[in-house]
Design a protein around this ligand. Structure first.
Ligand code: GAL
Length: 428
């Protein structure tokens, strides 16, 4: 796991590099960090287009407008959870030399795709200019950097993927433990069976990307954090019996989910738990914003726990913002990136979005009870990389895993074929 292998050396080299780039001016292309012009507007490309995700973006825009009143915010959001539609459209625009002024990208392998394709600029000069060099955990900066220490985006937040949301009233009606804590998947599946007897959906899920999200939490539970991480660096064999066992569990768990799943996105699946139509939903902690938006109280109206069998592990992802090569309004981008990195921007955004600040100097008291558990877990637990949210694999690998998963869950392939397709996808 790269994020645990941080070293003082990385922090030091980042600091030195920041100074060197500041001295040299940095950047090269027309959209580089020193380019001039375009301060009048910034087109911000995200997939935070509706509901609680838009509310998070709106909170950020509020701070942006205070900090940069002369730069117009142009909303380039494209609907579809986890960037399921946005990422393809973005690629089309980047290849047509029509980039937005900045776009959302996940820290880790996904960002590396844009770096390798020379689609984004080194913004390490801005780290120096905005005083960000020490603001973020060194291992997070490492995921935004190349080996020679150039830094390619500014992180806005950290989300936890392995969270299970439960409706305690539904559990109580079925005579189950309302804590919703499960040490392993066997215990979880036993309760799904109980719930199946009642008139509720045991576990709600939505379209393909949410099924891949569920798959990653099942792999994590059955393999444990080390072998799960090994899936992404080749040290865990995708064809092993352990992976077969995890895929069998995935198949069993999927059999307790809602039939209309493929037509839904995450908000509708989470809403089923909020409304008491489903007992459980496994989703990243952007879901907490949906509960809070509807005045639901943690502990009373809903519970949030590590997904079954994953206590002690924080399944990590982070959003970050870039300066695309050839961005039409590079000064607008710089203004946006300044707000993204600022303490005020991170506090307002994350309080609304359900994530925790990437900055290490934010005050935990500014955040909800759930978020305080995430802050604690991020500080103390084992960190692994999310598959469904760009931390663990390049976009092409995730797309191949998603296609294989969709085939499997719609009955177009059997478990053997699914496992082989996953193994092939992981090899790239
Ligand atoms: C993730 C993203 C989160 C949230 C989620 C659901 O990929 O990092 O910020 O937007 O998708 O759309």
């Amino acid at each position: 796991m790269r994020i645990n292998k941080k070293s003082a050396g990385v922090a030091a080299s980042v600091a030195v590099l920041g100074m060197t780039l500041a001295a040299c001016g940095g950047g090269s292309g027309s959209g580089d960090a020193d380019a001039e012009g375009g301060a009048d507007q910034v087109e911000v490309f995200t997939w935070w287009a509706a509901g609680s995700e838009k509310a998070g973006l709106d909170a950020l825009v509020g701070v942006f407008q205070e900090q940069h009143p002369d730069t117009e915010f142009v909303n380039g959001a494209v609907a579809g959870g986890a960037g399921s539609a946005a990422k393809d459209l973005l690629q089309t625009r980047l290849q047509a030399q029509d980039p937005p002024d900045t776009f959302q990208a996940h820290a880790g392998a996904e960002l590396q795709d844009y770096i390798d394709a020379a689609q984004i600029e080194d913004v390490s000069g801005l780290y120096d200019e905005f005083g960000l060099t020490d603001a973020f955990p060194a291992d997070l900066v490492e995921r935004l950097s190349t080996e020679d220490g150039a830094i390619y985006s500014i992180p806005s937040n950290i989300h936890r993927a392995n969270v299970m949301w439960a409706n305690p009233a539904v559990l109580e009606d079925a005579g189950l433990d309302t804590s919703a804590e499960y040490e392993d998947l066997d215990a979880f599946i036993a309760d799904l069976e109980e719930l199946d007897e009642a008139d509720v959906t045991p576990l709600s899920v939505a379209t393909t990307w949410t099924q891949v999200h569920l798959l990653e939490t099942v792999l994590l539970a059955d393999l444990g954090p080390e072998a799960y991480s090994g899936l992404w660096d080749g040290s865990t064999d995708w064809e092993s019996d352990e992976v077969t066992g995890a895929l069998e569990d995935f198949e069993t768990i999927m059999s307790f989910t809602n039939a209309d799943r493929d037509g839904l996105d995450w908000p509708e699946a989470t809403q089923q738990v909020i409304d008491g139509q489903a007992a459980f939903n496994i989703m990243g902690d952007w879901a907490v914003a949906a509960f809070e938006e509807q005045d639901k109280e943690l502990g009373t109206d809903f519970v949030a726990v590590p997904s079954p069998g994953t206590a002690g592990t924080f399944d990590f992802l982070a959003d970050s913002f870039t300066l695309p090569v050839g961005a039409p309004h590079p000064e607008g981008t710089e203004a946006w990136l300044e707000t993204i990195g600022s303490l005020e921007g991170q506090t307002a955004f994350n309080a609304a979005k359900g994530s925790i600040p990437a900055r290490t100097d934010a005050d935990p008291a500014e955040f909800s009870e759930y978020q305080q558990t995430a802050i604690e877990s991020f500080a103390n637990d084992t960190i692994v990389s999310s598959l469904a949210h760009g931390a663990a694999t390049p976009v092409a690998t995730l797309n191949a895993i998603s296609d294989a998963t969709s085939k499997f869950t719609t009955g177009a392939s059997d478990l053997d074929a699914y496992q082989s397709e996953l193994a092939a996808a992981a090899q790239g």
